[in-house]
Write a protein that binds this ligand. Structure first.
Ligand SMILES: *[C@@H]1O[C@H](CO)[C@@H](O)[C@H](O)[C@H]1NC(C)=O
Ligand SMILES: *[C@@H]1O[C@H](CO)[C@@H](O)[C@H](O)[C@H]1NC(C)=O
Ligand SMILES: *[C@@H]1O[C@H](CO)[C@@H](O)[C@H](O)[C@H]1NC(C)=O
Ligand SMILES: *[C@@H]1O[C@H](CO)[C@@H](O)[C@H](O)[C@H]1NC(C)=O
Ligand SMILES: *[C@@H]1O[C@H](CO)[C@@H](O)[C@H](O)[C@H]1NC(C)=O
Length: 412
């Protein structure tokens, strides 16, 4: 190996090899949607002997000219019939992988970014919206009434795939725990951004949460300023599905929450569908492009519960994606929740904010009602309870449905 290395130096191959530069690229220098140079996600056919294939890959990589500058295999995925891996490979190696009969598809890795649009100063009107048939007239962010059953999602689990969660925030009363850090080795297992804590706050915190008794499990797939890649998100899903399926009875009581949006990715959609096949529901934001949700992943995964955003006046947010891939709308403009410091509050807008309302609602209903163990049954129940024909400008092809917990408040 060393000899090969020296020979290559002598030939000056180092200077011209594309992936040599690729290795220096930091995703923080890339834009949303950019391809990550030299990095790939490989999907394997079902029933392939993964160990044998990976050892073949290691072998091919070892023989590659760019051995010294490409990292090779970086992450492996195996859950619920989804098998594959991610890594950095030179053109030659990736061509050999692509030609292998065990390989289903190869997709170049891509950068995705969280977009929480606005930050302003001060109660979450969204909690009133999902628990009242009466339209909200007072659009103050706080000072609203939330009506819910006291079970409040007890015995359920929200796997929050985001920038990390300030799990020791007193607002979680010990119900938030650390799960997995897909950026281990690059960044500490803390929420350096705030977004993940905001999302977790809307799902389960005492003041801002929909399901105030649910447990949050922090799965960090996003780096500090809001960036991630397909490989890191699929790595997070891989951990979640193995964690959930390793605990009997957990699947029917869990949701995965993801507010990231990538342009449509077969690998990511396939991962979400595989998680669903193993009984785990993914609740995802429709995306913030004022475009068809079918252009984004995971929003376009057929088994995801995809959520668009409305303002307090029930008008679709001008940024919210729409179309037949959307399942339901929920509050996503001026949503107050936690941030990454004890005691802090932040008001944000985005389908990242509408999706946790529905993730929380899914957990609330799973905790309250029987028969909602499967993703399909949960999606059906949420659509059945939703208020119809109240969303203004739902967008072409969208269902006109506003998330609602079905609560009946006695009137005196
Ligand atoms: C909570 O966790 C954060 C991040 O790890 C840490 O900085 C902070 O000191 C912790 N707070 C308490 C009260 O332990
Ligand atoms: C799932 O993750 C939690 C939190 O990290 C851990 O305590 C638990 O042991 C894991 N369960 C399995 C089956 O891996
Ligand atoms: C991070 O990696 C180290 C070394 O491999 C390991 O010991 C540790 O458990 C990992 N931490 C997380 C949160 O995955
Ligand atoms: C609904 O509220 C949004 C702001 O949240 C505002 O921009 C829009 O004009 C309002 N629409 C109507 C019909 O009042
Ligand atoms: C998942 O997290 C994203 C933000 O990362 C958020 O927009 C979305 O609402 C969350 N969904 C659930 C079900 O928690």
């Amino acid at each position: 190996m060393m000899m090969q290395y020296l020979a290559r130096l002598a030939l000056g191959i180092f200077a011209i090899a594309g992936p040599a530069l690729a290795a220096q690229v930091d995703i923080l220098d890339l834009q949303d949607g950019d391809l990550v140079p030299g990095k790939y996600i490989v999907n394997l056919k079902p029933a392939v002997d993964i160990k044998a294939h990976l050892s073949w890959v290691r072998d091919v990589h070892k023989r590659s000219l760019d051995l010294c500058v490409t990292a090779g295999l970086e992450k492996t995925f195996s859950f619920a019939g989804f098998a594959g891996y991610a890594g950095e490979f030179d053109d030659d190696t990736i061509a050999k992988i692509l030609a292998d009969a065990n390989v289903l598809s190869v997709e170049q890795d891509r950068v995705g970014r969280i977009s929480a649009l606005v930050q302003q100063g001060d109660a979450p009107w969204g909690l009133e919206s999902i628990s009242s048939r009466t339209p909200i007239t007072d659009t103050n962010t706080r000072g609203h009434t939330y009506s819910y059953d006291s079970t409040a999602g007890s015995g359920t689990f929200a796997y929050v795939l985001d920038s990390g969660v300030l799990t020791n925030n007193t607002q979680f009363n010990g119900r938030a725990i650390k799960g997995y850090n897909a950026w281990n080795g690059t960044e500490s297992f803390d929420d350096h951004f705030g977004h993940g804590t905001h999302v977790a706050g809307t799902i389960a915190s005492e003041t801002y949460g929909v399901a105030k008794q649910a447990t949050v499990i922090d799965v960090k797939v996003v780096r500090s300023v809001g960036y991630s890649t397909l490989a890191h998100v699929i790595d997070g899903i891989n951990w979640v599905v193995n964690n959930v399926t390793g605990t009997p009875g957990r699947a029917g009581k869990s949701v995965i929450n993801m507010s990231l949006a990538f342009s449509t990715s077969t690998s990511l959609n396939r991962a979400v569908d595989a998680a669903s096949a193993s009984g785990i529901l993914s609740v995802v934001g429709a995306g913030n492009d004022n475009a068809l949700a079918s252009t984004r992943s995971p929003a376009s995964a057929s088994t995801a519960l995809t959520v668009g955003a409305v303002s307090a006046n029930r008008t679709r947010a001008p940024f919210s994606n729409y179309g037949p891939e959307v399942d339901v709308f929920a509050p996503g403009v001026n949503v107050a929740s936690l941030w990454n410091e004890e005691g802090a509050e932040s008001v944000n807008s985005g389908t990242s904010m509408s999706s946790p309302h529905v993730a929380g609602l899914a957990l609330y209903l799973k905790g309250l009602e029987d028969g909602l163990d499967s993703p399909a049954a949960t999606i059906k129940r949420i659509k059945q309870l939703a208020q119809s024909d109240v969303v203004v400008d739902a967008g072409e092809g969208s269902p006109n449905l506003l998330a609602y917990n079905g609560i009946t408040v006695p009137t005196y």
